[in-house]
Design a protein around this ligand. Structure first.
Ligand code: SAM
Ligand code: SF4
Length: 329
């Protein structure tokens, strides 16, 4: 897809893709993310649908065409459908995606699709019901898998599975995950566990370097594919005997940041130039009236000069992010 975005940085990268967190709240308690469940922090003053409409309008006028709704768990918002409808009807927004833990997906897939969402990422860290329960705190693997099938049936164009690679937990499940995509046209992406402020001990115990799994793909005949326009951070592999694809999101890999094409806004309206950057830039004061949209656009463009070339995860600097539920993965 043609990229006419005006949003660019000092390193020649363009940013047509916005990941928008719509809540920090989550109903799961994944062991690497919110092991004790969501803890209310400073009041749940998340952006209203009206504020989100103004925000996305400004980004769309600057050339953003892809939006991903994330969280926390975005679907816990009671007004999630209205929010998705509002964002998908903003001129210029051509691809609407969301990331979900799959809670109640079988019965909700149709209404998500009808709201204008066309791409869905569902998190499944294990295909063993017992392990799934242990990781997420919920005995809901069957429901989530049924939800993936429902998403395919109602017509989602792009169905992806996110699987965080965890040493000693799911790193023995590669062949099961490959079987999952054998007859399903979905893309299953292994995400390398990222260190956050909250999960250092867990990270040391369970981090698996992406090179380990990359070698296993090659041994099994999977072939690296070219990156599509506006694509997320995954590298994808295909195999002639499989309907689906597999992929790898490896934030610690050399050059991961050189293809960065996305910005993030938190549920409280602050712009984060990097998932692991230090602090955010508060846009909320400029979301209070339609007449502020031009000022908001100028602010976004001027903040781009602060985007750094790369994160500093290699040196153990996870920025201020306590966990990814506070900004969306
Ligand atoms: N609740 C939704 C879900 O789980 O899909 C959306 C938000 S969640 C923060 C987005 C993605 O980030 C999920 O696929 C999750 O597994 C992943 N994630 C969370 N913490 C992570 C970490 N420390 N390292 C790697 N991936 C992480
Ligand atoms: Fe919730 Fe998603 Fe974090 Fe799991 S990964 S605790 S579902 S926000």
């Amino acid at each position: 897809m043609e990229d006419n975005t005006l949003i660019g940085d000092r390193f020649g990268r363009r940013f047509p893709y916005l990941r928008l967190s719509v809540t920090d709240v989550c109903n799961f308690s994944c062991s690497y993310c919110l092991p004790d469940g969501y803890q209310k922090a400073h009041g749940d003053e998340f952006m209203s649908v009206l504020e989100i409409r103004r925000l996305v309008t400004a980004f769309a006028e600057l050339g953003t065409w892809k939006i991903r709704l994330t969280g926390g768990e975005p679907t816990v918002r009671p007004d999630f459908i209205k929010l998705a409808q509002t964002v998908s009807s903003i001129p210029g927004i051509r691809r609407m995606a969301f990331t979900t833990n799959g809670y109640k997906l079988p019965e909700r897939a149709q209404s998500y699709f009808d709201s204008g969402l066309r791409a869905i990422n569902v998190s499944i860290d294990s295909l063993d019901p017992r392990k799934f329960h242990e990781i997420t705190g919920h005995d809901r693997l069957g429901e989530v898998v049924e939800g993936v099938n429902a998403a395919l049936n109602v017509g989602f164009e792009n169905v992806k599975i996110n699987t965080v690679l965890l040493k000693g937990v799911n790193d023995d499940e590669l062949d099961g995950f490959l079987a999952f995509v054998e007859n399903r046209p979905v893309s299953l992406r292994f995400i390398e566990l990222m260190q956050t402020g909250d999960n250092l001990t867990y990270f040391r115990q369970h981090h698996v370097p992406s090179t380990v799994i990359r070698n296993k793909f090659a041994e099994r005949g999977w072939v690296l594919q070219e990156r599509a326009d506006g694509a997320g951070p995954a590298v994808e592999y295909a195999h002639p005997s499989y309907a689906g694809r597999i992929g790898l999101i490896a934030p610690y890999a050399k050059d991961f940041c050189s293809t960065c094409n996305r910005l993030r806004v938190s549920a409280r309206g602050s712009l984060h130039l990097c998932l692991f950057g230090n602090g955010g830039h508060d846009l909320r004061p400029l979301l209070q009236d339609d007449v502020q949209i031009d000022e908001l656009k100028d602010k976004v463009l001027s903040l781009m000069q602060f985007k750094r070339s790369s994160h500093f995860l290699h040196s153990g600097d996870a920025g201020v992010r306590q966990h990814l539920a506070s900004i969306g993965g």
